[in-house]
Design a protein around this ligand. Structure first.
Ligand SMILES: [Mn+2]
Length: 321
């Protein structure tokens, strides 16, 4: 078990002596990786640091409301500049930054800090703070910022609250703990408007997306033997519903509403002969073990994997070919 207090101090000391800092979010970014990035950006800027926020992908439209989101760069040339500190936020592996080769291009020596809450994070970097019992990287940053006694502002609070709210599905999923509720309450006290954040991040569903979900919902199937409920979405579904991969995000979390089945599995064909699987449970089973069988990972109660192949559905039988 990692000593969080010592690691927190080590991160603070490194940041304190740093001048040029690069913050990196994972590809296909969500409210947690970006909220954490922008909160850290705001804090470091106020400390007088030179800070660059980076993600290989742009800010999704629904997260444009986040303070400091306009500072995010997708320009690979940021890796030709010098930094003394590089921090990944919410990236369970370096590969998830989609910048592992770009990092090698940085022409200076730097201290590599890894701040994350995924149990599958191997603890890469010179300093790593990985806290699987924490709902979100944003909640972890709230702990660090409290520990460091930072000067809070509304923008930091809003960014962190967005991370906690999106990763807990609106403070509802199994990752929601006393600590995450308590952190959220504190962030509200510090100026975050959680009603707005919930509305903007959770209630923004398009008709095309619901049509896509309709197909998946119609196909829900229970496999009694494994106490598993599964469904799937094919490339054809995406095309016919005019929906992109983003539109299928969140389906496995939504299926927690089911009373049947201990494990939920959503399979999605995402092109290039690739199938993504998302696993969820509220039971005791450790999903990282199941996802691991297919080369994936994640959390005990929420995990995923990727396979190569296509989905073949005929006569009510689903096969991977
Ligand atoms: Mn997260």
């Amino acid at each position: 078990m990692q000593n969080h207090k010592l690691t927190s101090q080590a991160i603070y000391q490194q940041i304190d002596r740093a001048h040029k800092i690069l913050l990196i979010s994972h590809r296909n970014p969500d409210g947690d990786t970006l909220g954490s990035n922008f909160a850290m950006f705001n804090f470091l800027k106020n400390q007088g640091k030179e800070v660059t926020s980076f993600c290989v992908d742009p800010v999704p439209n629904y997260l444009n409301f986040l303070p400091d989101s306009h500072n995010l760069s997708n320009d690979h040339r940021v890796f030709t500049k010098t930094y003394d500190t590089v921090i990944t936020l919410d990236c369970s592996t370096i590969e998830l930054t989609a910048a592992e080769y770009l990092l090698q291009a940085i022409p200076s020596k730097y201290t590599f800090i890894n701040i994350d809450h995924h149990v599958s994070n191997p603890g890469y970097g010179d300093i790593s703070l990985v806290s699987p019992q924490t709902s979100s990287t944003a909640e972890l940053l709230h702990n660090l910022f409290m520990d460091w006694k930072i000067e809070w502002n509304e923008n930091i609070a809003t960014n962190l609250a967005c991370g906690v709210i999106t990763d807990t599905g609106g403070l509802k999923n199994p990752a929601t703990s006393y600590q995450s509720l308590s952190a959220t309450s504190d962030l509200v006290n510090k100026g975050a408007n959680i009603h707005k954040i919930m509305n903007v991040t959770l209630n923004q569903t398009s008709i095309n997306k619901l049509k896509l979900w309709g197909r998946a919902l119609e196909r829900l199937t229970k496999v009694e033997k494994y106490n598993l409920v599964y469904t799937f979405i094919t490339i054809k579904d995406f095309e016919e519903c005019q929906a992109d991969e983003d539109a299928s995000e969140g389906m496995s979390n939504f299926l927690h509403v089911l009373k049947e089945g201990e494990v939920i599995l959503v399979l999605r064909e995402v092109g290039n002969n690739t199938i993504k699987g998302s696993l969820r449970t509220t039971g005791k089973i450790d999903l990282t073990k199941i996802a691991g069988l297919f080369g994936g990972g994640g959390h005990r109660k929420a995990a995923g994997f990727s396979l190569s192949g296509k989905l073949d559905y005929d006569n009510n039988k689903l096969r991977i070919i």
